[in-house]
Design a protein around this ligand. Structure first.
Ligand code: 1HN
Length: 350
């Protein structure tokens, strides 16, 4: 900026800049220069829509099996990094997603942390996750919870490699700078309760006749099995109970409160008829989808994501999207909606 010809009293830009330089030395900055970009009229997600094809991920995952043992890795996980957020170990601004592999004979040692996790089983039989003393067998399509600070370890006494998608609220925990983690002396925790114990005990229309206070914030159920949930969405679809955007969809719920399964993450399972052409939908939660069955595509803004079994795709906050099904399909989805609702932030536009 040339100032020579400008009366310094009226050199607004120059004077302002000099002022900004002066206040900057005291760690101060003018809000009016950034107000429009920090308080946007609508959400402007930094995250990009993307699809991870299982054909690619599976081969690389098995290769990782030869590169590092589960023991050395602590967790052998390939992070699904949002292409617009590379290096930040996250798939959305608030959530982590990664594909985990456990080979036959391997264990992943017991630990606990503030981050809550869910696992959605993708491939293989014979592995288990032990959570707070319950040993949950993992089968394809199972939705398994590891709540905040719950001890957990995994093992694969079976014959096949087993893979699952881990989703954690770790970026949210780190946003608040509240991360703690602890390891245990024993590599695997004692499991006093067997497969399906918590689902039987809490998810059968009766509840233990004592205090349920600890389960107000998160579900007591460890494994919501696909064997039990799939027939329910099937029944909804056959009954014609099909949302024009979300299909025949159920929300995984905490049987104690009817609310979401965790305070930071909520999940759904939806079945769609062949040829389904969804209406546009928009919401402030960024959503991670996993295709369990079938093929289709999801238009997200001006991008089209094509997907098939075991593919994972992400729809960022406030991006308009619509699903189209090539054949009958099942989608699992998970997002940070419960956290947004608790804070009064969540919105949708139909
Ligand atoms: C973790 O503890 C697991 O327990 C998986 O299997 C993925 C990603 C980030 C931080 C902790 C697990 C994780 C994780």
């Amino acid at each position: 900026m040339s100032v020579a010809t400008v009366d310094p009293k009226h050199n607004v830009t120059g004077n302002r800049q000099a002022f900004y330089d002066k206040i900057s030395k005291k760690d101060l900055a003018p809000l009016w220069e950034v107000l429009r970009s920090v308080v946007t009229k609508e959400p402007k997600s930094k995250c990009a829509p993307n699809v991870w094809k299982f054909d690619d991920v599976r081969g690389l995952m098995l290769e990782a099996g030869g590169v590092i043992s589960a023991e050395d890795a602590e967790r052998r996980v390939l992070v699904l990094e949002n292409p617009a957020l590379r290096g930040q170990s996250r798939i959305t601004n608030t959530l982590f997603a990664g594909m985990q592999l456990i080979m036959p004979g391997e264990i992943a040692e017991a630990h606990k942390h503030v981050s809550s996790a869910i696992r959605f089983v993708i491939e293989g039989e014979g592995a288990y996750t032990a959570v707070e003393g319950e040993k949950a067998q993992m089968s394809r399509g199972d939705f398994i919870l590891t709540p905040n600070w719950a001890p957990h370890d995994h093992g694969n006494p079976g014959k096949e490699p087993v893979m699952w998608l881990d989703v954690l609220d770790m970026p949210t925990v780190n946003h608040f700078e509240t991360s703690f983690m602890e390891h245990f002396d024993e590599k695997a925790q004692n499991t006093s309760r067997g497969d399906g114990d918590s689902l039987d005990r809490y998810g059968s229309g009766v509840l233990p006749d004592g205090s349920l206070q600890e389960f107000v914030r998160r579900s007591p159920v460890i494994n919501y099995t696909y064997a039990r949930t799939k027939p329910i969405v099937e029944r909804l679809m056959k009954a014609g109970d099909i949302d024009p955007r979300h299909g025949a969809r159920v929300r995984y719920s905490n049987p104690v409160t009817g609310g979401h399964v965790m305070p930071t993450m909520g999940a759904y399972l939806a079945m769609f008829p062949k040829g389904f052409k969804g209406k546009d939908y928009q919401s402030t939660d960024s959503t991670i989808f996993v295709c369990v069955e079938g093929h289709g595509r999801t238009k997200v803004g001006d991008k089209t994501l094509e997907w098939g079994p075991n593919d994972v795709f992400v729809v960022p906050s406030w991006h308009k999207y619509a699903h189209e099904m090539k054949d009958q399909a099942v989608l699992f989805s998970i997002s940070d909606r419960p956290a947004q609702e608790a804070l009064g932030f969540w919105r949708e536009r139909l």
